[in-house]
Design a protein around this ligand. Structure first.
Ligand SMILES: Cc1cc2nc3c(=O)[nH]c(=O)nc-3n(C[C@H](O)[C@H](O)[C@H](O)COP(=O)(O)OP(=O)(O)OC[C@H]3O[C@@H](n4cnc5c(N)ncnc54)[C@H](O)[C@@H]3O)c2cc1C
Length: 657
């Protein structure tokens, strides 16, 4: 048997060990646990014949500042020459890599991996708070409130609002950009930045853009507050030096550091605070951690944190249909600090029968009658649509009445809630108007008109996507064959499974209670006299319905439809399209003659049906949390916000993630 290669594990005392993955690693490798007293001992053990002399990889994980190993620097310049020739890989958690001599490691042919982008939200929020502190000194004010009210008079001339002030960010990476976005939108600050090169993409993500300064001295002389968000290296050591601080405006500079303590010359900062060139400082990081310079500690204009701008929860949403996008936005609303990614095979703008959201009519017309959660999903979404349609017309959601008719008497069509004997949505929509006499189409038994919403899905999906991106959610194109692949794609995240009909085949899920309910539609040009209402007609609740959904005055009219169970044909059947045309023109004569309709396109979508309704449920895979939100059938738009709310409710408190 080939002997197993050695991996050296440097475990932090603060971390969650994924026991099963650790066991899987141990099956293939011999795991040796680091327990050196100091790096001198580490060097000895690396020597030929020593216990670490054959290691192929080093894994350092968890919170590096925690526990007895925090001060040890196993990747520093003086250690690298002692690594054995067998060493090929170093993996170290954390965003910064200043404690590693990456150049020397690379020169030895060893790969060095870190974990950028895991702490972006947490660090950006920490920065936002420190920027505000530097202007308003709330920490000191709180001390005064608790201990000595009169001392708060010192604040009078110093505390000002940051609105309209210039914020200069050193380093416009992920974290710098997140800080810029937060300070621009929350505090109304004007953004300047310095870095090795101009970043037009980042500038575009800011509402009012940003001023780029190739020269840091120039930026310091123009801004009211500087935030350091760049990596530490020998080139950035004492980046804020005595000379640079002397360039501050005469009104004074504020200084925030969330990067590394040694990027500021702390003695120079103390002098600048004393002579007024620096008005306030907010420091999460310090030159001699865990120690804090006493002169900074004793100055009330300095807000101090013990290097806490680290990780917050993260979520991966699989699926970028209406359910995935809405779930991601609901997550953002409830977990503003979290890292959220969406990964999906199809994204808004794509067209495929199994990307159902691209084919939704769509309107709000409830099919729920469970006197329970399905009705609640629809009700929550109705209220959200009301808000979106009034505050955000760009979303593609318009208020529009719907006329619905059934061929059989009301007590036979299954639309009343059995538990109450009522149409549950009557009050929600502000009442139902009965269609009387001649206005009732021939062959129908009854009909009502009510206030509802039409959704132009070609606008709504890109709008949801843009909202997600604006709120810092990253979207990737990716196919997962199994749920385990998704769990590995983001090894920290809680995964939301919003794969729609994909849940029938996604390995690990393979839900055999699902079925496809094929829908076929046509988009036709709007008639000369625009149709002002939506129309719906069906024999009963579960039968094929005829529907006509005008998309505003210019977006054409959607005609449908059918609900063909287990029919997987992704091609439009042209003979059936003629049937749809005839049914729609009979229901709404204003459309004209079927043969005169100008078809813009035909479409087929496979609704993600599921026996018993949608699945919103938490499940553990290898001790990792997956929250399912799929199987919306023909109601994915009208139930979307409610479903998202119920799914996000299943996220447990942080400690149980
Ligand atoms: C003709 C028609 C009319 C409709 N009218 C209405 C209406 O009026 N009102 C209404 O509320 N609803 C309507 N619906 C239903 C509605 O469109 C669906 O309920 C809804 O689109 C389902 O959304 P979803 O996000 O669950 O699925 P989808 O939109 O199909 O999204 C699934 C996502 O998961 C991704 N995915 C799947 N598997 C994988 C994988 N293995 N790896 C990576 N990504 C994966 C896909 O790429 C996609 O991004 C209609 C549907 C049709 C077909």
């Amino acid at each position: 048997m080939v002997p197993k290669a050695d991996i050296l594990m440097i475990d932090s005392t603060v971390q969650v060990i994924d026991v099963e993955r650790r066991a899987a690693l141990a099956e293939k490798f011999n795991l040796i646990y680091y327990d050196c007293e100091n790096t001198t001992e580490f060097i000895q053990r690396l020597q030929p014949g020593g216990p670490y002399s054959k290691i192929v990889a080093i894994l350092r994980n968890g919170w590096l500042k925690a526990g007895p190993l925090a001060q040890q620097t196993p990747f520093a310049s003086e250690i690298v020459p002692h690594y054995p020739p067998s060493l090929k890989l170093i993996c170290c958690s954390g965003h910064g890599h200043d404690a590693a001599d990456v150049d020397a490691i690379k020169a030895r042919g060893i790969w060095y991996c870190n974990t950028p982008d895991t702490c972006t939200e947490a660090v950006a929020n920490t920065s936002l708070s420190l920027v505000l502190e530097c202007f308003r000194f709330f920490t000191y004010a709180q001390w005064c409130a608790r201990n000595d009210w009169l001392s708060s008079r010192d604040l009078g001339l110093k505390a000002v609002d940051p609105c309209g002030k210039a914020l200069g960010i050193v380093g416009m990476g992920d974290i710098g950009l997140a800080i810029a976005q937060k300070c621009e939108s929350a505090l109304g600050m004007k953004i300047h930045y310095h870095g090795r090169r101009r970043k037009l993409d980042a500038e575009r993500l800011l509402k009012y853009g940003a001023s780029y300064h190739e020269n840091l001295d120039e930026m310091i002389s123009m801004v009211d507050c500087v935030v350091i968000a760049a990596p530490y290296s020998k080139d950035t050591h004492h980046l804020l030096s005595r000379e640079r601080l002397s360039l501050a405006k005469k009104e004074g500079l504020r200084v925030v550091n969330i990067a590394r303590g040694k990027m500021i010359d702390e003695d120079a900062l103390i002098e600048a605070l004393e002579d007024g060139r620096v008005v306030g400082a907010g420091l999460d990081v310090h030159a001699n951690e865990p120690g804090i310079n006493p002169k900074l500690r004793d100055n009330w204009r300095v807000t101090l944190l013990p290097h806490i701008g680290v990780c917050s929860p993260s979520f991966l949403v699989i699926g970028a249909g209406v359910i995935g996008l809405t779930t991601a936005l609901e997550l953002r609303a409830r977990h503003p600090e979290a890292r959220i990614n969406i990964a999906a095979k199809y994204l808004p703008g794509d067209s495929a029968p199994e990307y159902t959201s691209a084919w939704g009519g769509a309107n709000w017309f409830p099919a729920s009658n469970d006197n329970g959660r399905q009705e609640d999903w629809d009700a929550i979404t109705y209220k959200k649509f009301r808000q979106l349609s009034s505050t955000c017309p760009a979303s593609g959601i318009l208020p529009m009445n719907i006329r619905f008719h059934y061929d059989r008497p009301i007590d036979e069509v299954g639309i009343k809630t059995p538990a109450t004997g009522k149409l549950w949505f009557e009050d929600l929509v502000g009442g139902l108007t009965k269609i009387q006499g001649d206005a009732l189409p021939e062959g129908t038994a009854f009909g009502f008109e009510m206030a509802s919403f039409v959704i132009d899905v070609q606008k709504y999906l890109p709008w949801l996507q843009a909202e997600a991106e604006r709120q810092g959610i990253k979207i990737y194109r990716k196919i997962f064959h199994t749920i385990q692949e998704a769990l590995s794609f983001d090894s920290q995240a809680v995964v939301f499974n919003c794969t729609g009909i994909g849940s029938m085949t996604l390995g690990g899920v393979q839900d055999n209670t699902m079925f496809s309910a094929r829908g076929q539609i046509l988009l036709v040009e709007a008639p000369k006299e625009p149709i002002q209402k939506m129309y719906f007609r069906a024999p009963h609740r579960d039968a094929d319905a005829t529907h006509i959904f005008p998309r505003g005055t210019t977006g054409g009219v959607i005609l449908g439809g059918c609900r063909q169970k287990d029919n997987w044909n992704g091609e439009a059947e042209l003979a059936f399209a003629e049937v749809i045309k005839a049914r729609c023109c009979a229901l709404v004569p204003q459309l004209g003659r079927p043969e005169d309709l100008r078809v813009v396109k035909h479409g087929v979508g496979l609704r993600p049906g599921r026996k018993g309704g949608a699945r919103i449920e938490a499940e553990r895979f290898d001790n990792r949390l997956v929250i399912h939100n799929y199987g919306a059938g023909g109601t994915g738009f009208q139930a979307s916000w409610g479903m998202a709310q119920y799914a996000v409710d299943l996220v447990p408190p942080r400690a149980h993630l």
